[in-house]
Design a protein around this ligand. Structure first.
Ligand SMILES: *Cc1c(COP(=O)(O)O)cnc(C)c1O
Length: 394
């Protein structure tokens, strides 16, 4: 890793995001020197031998538009290798299937995106017979107690969806290193702008690019970034040869386009979310606000230490009935009720109301309270957002 590819803010992340620090232009046939990576839709590339050999043969295995995005993703996370997947779930499932053999051992944080929880319980454990242990990763000791030399993978999401819990990436990375076990982090909520798990010792970082990286709610995608050559070889084989779940060239183009404004968007998301979080915290019908940027968040100190900002995601517990919560959501005009997050527009989701089948109760994973409301705070004018919430609250 050379110094100018390190994605810390000191090293000018915004410049990396725009792409100016890498190849400034993309010369190709005809010498057009495009300023953006051209969209290559070709499924195949003319074969040649020797000095004329082409870098690309067949687009499942590699494609110039995808290669440009994968390089950009790696640079943003300060990693060596990037892979672009057809969805966040494709990125996560490929990581699991590549690194955990049937009957293997996997330790995961118990607070997780519902899709990941289903993948783990139904497919990884249910179908492949993996010994799956959910632990409260807020306490590194519980992770340490579950891991042994037979463990194949440690998995954690931070901050978590939708409870906004954190885990100490550096401490867990140390535990993983002690046992020589790979450690993967789903860093979707933070985005590469606010958190750099590889710098903190993780081996693999995963994103749903559907969320902040693309940022415009018009592309489903995922990413895996790693520094480890062997892990990369396994993952690339699974993706390119075995599973074929790569991101299409057009979506690669969209995500690459979105990334250019990631720093500007994230600053704005965070500013608005902080204002919304403070407003909610001061309201007497809101029992609790989960936002790592608030001093009242039980892990605020950890957040301040391992993240450089807190993004636009928050959730809160409404002191009221489900009917009242539904009335609140109906009363909102700036926040569209719906799944997904990380786009420029504000969204609101009540898991118990909108995705009841996906909310676990009494299972091995962390309970999502029925009165939990999740907000993806967009980049609209902050006064409009706050006024909207004030009007809709009882
Ligand atoms: C949305 C999400 C995913 C899944 O990503 P898709 O692109 O929807 O497949 C995984 N992890 C987290 C934290 C998410 O928010």
């Amino acid at each position: 890793m050379t110094e100018d590819t390190t994605p810390s803010h000191e090293n000018r992340f915004a410049t990396t995001a725009v792409g100016a620090a890498a190849n400034a232009t993309y010369p190709h046939d005809g010498g057009t020197n495009d300023v953006i990576p051209p969209l290559h839709l070709s499924t195949t590339f003319e074969w040649a031998s020797g000095a004329d050999a082409n870098e690309h043969d067949y687009s499942r295995e590699s494609n110039p538009t995808r290669a440009a995005l994968e390089k950009q993703l790696a640079r943003l996370e300060g990693g060596e290798h990037g892979l672009a997947f057809a969805s966040g779930m494709a990125a996560i499932s490929t990581t699991m299937l590549s690194l955990v053999p049937p009957g293997g051992h996997l330790v995961s944080s118990d607070s997780l995106y519902s899709g990941t929880e289903k993948l783990l319980t139904k497919l990884v454990a249910g179908h492949f017979g993996v010994d799956l242990e959910f632990v409260d990763a807020r306490e590194p000791e519980t992770v340490a107690a579950a891991v042994d030399s037979e463990t194949d993978l440690i998995w954690a999401e931070t901050p978590t969806n939708p409870l906004l819990r954190l885990c100490d990436i550096r401490s867990i990375a140390d535990i993983a290193a002690d046992h020589d076990v790979p450690f993967g982090v789903d860093s979707t909520f933070a985005s590469p702008y606010f958190q750099s798990p590889l710098e903190l010792g993780a081996d693999i970082v995963v994103h749903s690019t559907t969320k902040y990286l693309n940022g415009h709610s018009d592309s489903i995608g995922g990413a895996v970034i790693t520094d480890d050559d062997d892990l990369f070889d396994d993952l690339a084989f699974s993706q390119r040869i075995g599973l074929g779940n790569m991101l299409s060239p057009f979506d690669c183009y969209l995500v690459g386009r979105g990334i250019k404004t990631l720093p500007a968007r994230m600053e704005h998301h965070q500013e608005n979310a902080m204002a919304v979080a403070r407003l909610l915290e001061a309201h007497d019908r809101i029992a609790r606000v989960h936002y790592p940027g608030l001093e009242s968040h039980p892990q605020h100190d950890l957040a301040a230490e391992q993240m450089s900002g807190y993004s636009g995601m928050l959730s809160f517990e409404f002191d009221g009935t489900l009917t009242e919560i539904e009335a609140f959501v109906d009363g909102l005009e700036m926040f569209t009720p719906g799944a997904s997050l990380g786009g420029v527009e504000s969204l609101v989701e009540v898991p118990s109301l909108m995705i009841p089948d996906e909310v676990s109760h009494g299972s091995a994973t962390a309970d999502v309270p029925d009165n939990l409301v999740r907000m993806s705070v967009g980049i609209e004018h902050v006064d409009d957002l706050c006024e909207d919430i004030r009007t809709a609250l009882p």
